[in-house]
Design a protein around this ligand. Structure first.
Ligand code: MG
Ligand code: ZN
Length: 220
């Protein structure tokens, strides 16, 4: 395992549940469920669905949404211990998330260190929340991801990088296909089995530490 780098999803991976869904459930702007259905049945892209969902919320809700996210985001156990372990081992950890900066950063800032945090942006200068997309797809991806995980990986790795992806959902699948190794739970685990992508199932970050210890041990 030369030059390992970890790309870790946020929603449903670092946190136990999806924060965008939790926020939408809580603030329930009219029309958001149709958008969610559209994303799930792939009639609209993630970028379009998430952008339109947030455009249903007035900017005045900003602080309330942050407070709600901080109160309700449950962190999967072992996360900080996992970061301590990877730091000791000299393995950089990037957070790569389809979440939005204004509620993701207050949650993630309590943990670390990270080599970088990639997510979507937000603009509160108008009447409703506008999502910005600083990490959109490169010319090798046409999924209109919003936050394009495979594109970010292509940007950050070198030819000898051993790419480890940690994730849970459909938005991690393209990244997992590019990875050398995957830690998967939930939907991503099923997809890894289907695609015969080498992976270890996990429920807590202690599982990831144990699996990494085995791998680094093999390296000697
Ligand atoms: Mg996820
Ligand atoms: Zn993409």
């Amino acid at each position: 395992m030369n030059n390992p780098v970890i790309f870790c999803d946020f929603d449903g991976t670092v946190t136990e549940k999806d924060n965008i869904i939790a926020i939408m459930n809580r603030f329930a702007p009219e029309g958001w469920e149709e958008l969610k259905e559209g994303v799930l049945n792939r009639s609209i892209s993630i970028r379009e669905g998430v952008g339109k969902m947030f455009s249903l919320l007035p900017v005045s809700l900003k602080e309330e949404i942050i407070e709600f996210a901080l109160d309700h985001a449950r962190i999967r156990s072992g996360f900080q211990e996992f970061l301590d372990f990877t730091k000791e081992e000299g393995i950089p950890v990037y957070i790569v998330s389809g979440g939005i900066d204004f509620f993701l950063e207050p949650i993630i800032n309590k943990f670390g260190p990270f080599a970088g945090v990639y997510c979507n942006g937000s603009d509160f200068s108008q009447t409703t929340i506008k999502i910005e997309w600083p990490n959109s797809c490169d010319d090798q991806c046409s999924n209109d991801c919003g936050c394009c995980k495979p594109s970010i990986m292509r940007k950050l790795v070198q030819s000898d990088t051993y790419k480890i992806v940690i994730g849970d959902s459909v938005t991690d699948l393209e990244a997992a296909k590019q990875a050398d190794y995957v830690f998967a739970r939930d939907y991503l685990k099923i997809k890894c089995e289907e695609w015969a992508i080498p992976h270890t199932p996990f429920e807590t970050f202690y599982d990831c530490i144990e699996a990494l210890k085995t791998k680094t041990g093999v390296r000697g």
